[in-house]
Design a protein around this ligand. Structure first.
Ligand code: FO1
Length: 319
């Protein structure tokens, strides 16, 4: 049996974490590296919170809250209840067990550890047999410019205002100086396949691509790069993807996704329901391979099936 491929997956948010989980279940230990967005990170009650790193970590450890995708399963909310007793109105729900992650991360960073180092410690303690890496250890913050509320940090836009404000601009503050970590460079140098997970292209993948060296690394790839569309029949599976694409002047269609990732991907995986969208995409992007399969991941088995479809397709293509 041929040596299993080494895969580098780019992810942020719940959708990305699901495909990363599918890949993690299929690949031998150490063959998957998930490079995670940190633009959603923010300071809350003095705690450094890294939601996308935590969502990927908890999901690969099998302890994520299955209903929301973020936070931990079997959670309790005594901390929030006491905040309310003190008159707080907590809009960002921090569970009692989840708090351990934020407190330990904040303490480690204050002691001079990097985000990469504390994440590595968590991954080992959670018995995750793959690599989970922040895309950068430098400062990077997604700031959303909206009509109704002006400039919002990511969590205010996404959670407090439930992504309803009209978006007129996206800024990834710090991206002009933020560098890929050594660990990410090393993973890319060893990769046989790159996967851009079905995360929100504008909110989760764009901040990763904005880090110095990231886009170039994918553009100059010598291995196939596969992406899975986050849209099905023009709608986001979860979250603001289609609304945001329209607000930012992009078509929320397969063609819109292919256009956004032009030059970065060799294979675009779309849902069977979007079969009718093939012709215009193939006309405009003749070098792009299109694979259609079920992309909706409702169950753990769906995650594995989609991951298997991707790895099989690539192994046939690169024979
Ligand atoms: N998303 C919400 O919609 N509401 C919340 O109260 C919330 C709390 C939360 C706590 C920890 C954490 O790691 C993630 C949390 N998220 C919450 C998700 C978070 O907003 C992520 O940024 C999104 O999943 C998009 O990446």
């Amino acid at each position: 049996m041929r040596q299993a491929p080494k895969v580098v997956a780019f992810a942020g948010g719940v959708g990305g974490a699901k495909l990363a989980h599918g890949l993690a279940m299929l690949l031998p230990a150490g063959h998957l590296t998930v490079v995670v967005n940190v633009g959603d990170d923010f300071s809350h009650y003095g705690l450094h919170i890294s939601p996308d790193l935590d969502t990927v970590m908890y999901t690969l450890a099998g302890i994520a809250n299955p209903a929301t995708g973020w936070g931990l399963a079997d959670e309790s909310w005594q901390f929030l209840a006491m905040l309310e007793r003190y008159g707080e109105a907590p809009w960002f729900r921090l569970g009692d067990r989840d708090l351990a992650t934020h407190i330990l991360r904040t303490h480690a960073l204050a002691q001079g550890e990097t985000l990469t180092q504390i994440t590595q410690r968590f991954v080992e303690q959670l018995d995750i047999s793959h690599h989970i890496l922040p895309v950068t250890d430098d400062r990077l913050a997604t700031v959303i410019e909206t009509v109704e509320e002006g400039f919002l940090n990511f969590q205010h836009y996404f959670v407090k205002y439930r992504w309803q404000p009209t978006v007129i601009g996206l800024n990834f503050e710090g991206s002009d100086r933020a560098r890929l970590t050594e660990a990410v460079h090393h993973a890319l140098s060893e990769a046989d396949v790159l996967v851009i997970c079905p995360s929100n292209p504008l909110l989760s993948i764009a901040p990763i691509l904005a880090v110095q060296g990231a886009r170039q690394a994918i553009e100059q790839r010598r291995v196939p790069c596969v992406t899975v569309s986050p849209l099905i029949s023009g709608k986001a599976v979860k979250g603001p993807t289609d609304k945001l694409m329209r607000e930012m002047g992009l078509l929320p269609t397969t063609e819109g996704i292919a256009t956004y990732y032009e030059g970065l991907v060799d294979v675009l995986v779309i849902d069977r329901d979007d079969h009718h969208e093939l012709a215009p995409v193939q006309a405009r992007f003749p070098d792009l391979s299109i694979v259609h399969t079920q992309t909706l991941m409702r169950t753990i088995a769906d995650r594995q099936t989609l991951a298997h479809r991707i790895l099989n397709y690539v192994s046939e293509v690169t024979l």
